[in-house]
Design a protein around this ligand. Structure first.
Ligand code: IDP
Length: 141
């Protein structure tokens, strides 16, 4: 399988719960390397731009409000099949439907506050990584 990069966000609920390290540990234990990382407080404009594809959805205002409610940790994960591997580790969007042992099953409390974001395809990963990181901020080993 190809080495890929994916964009991951630890959302405000999980940062507030102090489980950033536990979530990073799951990435590392499953063959994903953190090759870029930063903690940021998203502005409304930055959050709206990130979720622009959901602009017309009824949950969009609540999603932007939630994503700007506190700091997030944004990271680039690299590894074999990183996009799908990260989605598997995250679990379903709605934590009530997430498989046991996934990040969302263990740390998320609702579909709104669902602990993590992960790119859903290699193409969206490239766009999302460039939205947060300059090329010289990414440090592959
Ligand atoms: P994903 O994060 O699992 O890729 P998406 O469908 O891309 O899910 O939705 C982006 C985010 O929007 C979700 O993580 C969740 O926080 C929020 N969201 C998605 N669907 C709903 C919904 O039906 N109600 C409330 N929030 C939603």
């Amino acid at each position: 399988m190809a080495i890929e990069r994916t964009l991951s966000i630890v959302k405000p609920d999980a940062v507030a719960k102090n489980v950033v390290g536990e979530i990073y540990s799951r990435f590392e234990k499953n063959g994903l390397q953190i090759v870029a990382a930063k903690m940021v407080q998203l502005s409304q404009e930055k959050a709206e731009g990130f979720y622009a594809e959901h602009k017309e959805r009824p949950f969009f205002p609540a999603l932007v409000e939630f994503m700007t409610s506190g700091p997030v940790c944004v990271q680039v994960l690299e590894g074999e099949g990183a996009v799908l591997k990260n989605r598997d580790l995250m679990g379903a969007t709605n934590p009530a439907e997430a498989d046991a042992g996934t990040i969302r099953a263990d740390f998320a409390s609702s579909i709104d506050a669902n602990a993590v974001h992960g790119s859903d395809a290699v193409e969206s990963a490239a766009r999302e990584i460039a939205y947060f990181f300059a090329e010289d901020e990414i440090c592959p080993r």
